[in-house]
Design a protein around this ligand. Structure first.
Ligand SMILES: [Zn+2]
Length: 109
């Protein structure tokens, strides 16, 4: 599974990446920090914490990880600053807890 990076989290001192996420029902893209579980409609400024929305406010059942095509279709590809394989154990655990049911079956690993 691949994660697309939009920036760093203002809560975690700019050491934790913020990733693209997708609402399964609508396909709408939002942004999430897997460590503090906060979510944003646009990538947060790394030094400005101006909202404290939980990812469940966006995707109550959990989110899916968007493909680069999903992100392009949403006209947000210019916000991708990097990508990362989901192979770090702590990150993988955090992300898997937040994914909507069915994602793993549909997308493998
Ligand atoms: Zn965070």
């Amino acid at each position: 599974m691949k994660l697309y990076i939009s920036g760093t989290c203002p809560v975690d001192g700019s050491i934790q990446n913020v990733y693209f996420a997708k609402i399964p029902s609508s396909g709408k893209i939002f942004f999430v920090c897997p460590m503090c579980k906060l979510a944003w409609s646009m990538p947060p400024e790394p030094t400005i914490l101006d909202s404290l929305d939980d990812y469940k406010d966006y995707a109550p059942q959990g989110f899916w990880l968007p493909s680069r095509d999903d992100i392009s279709r949403a006209a947000l590809a210019h916000l991708i600053i990097g990508e990362e394989d989901l192979d770090k154990e702590s990150l993988k655990k955090a992300i898997l807890r937040m994914l909507a049911p069915g994602y793993e079956q549909a997308h493998g690993n």
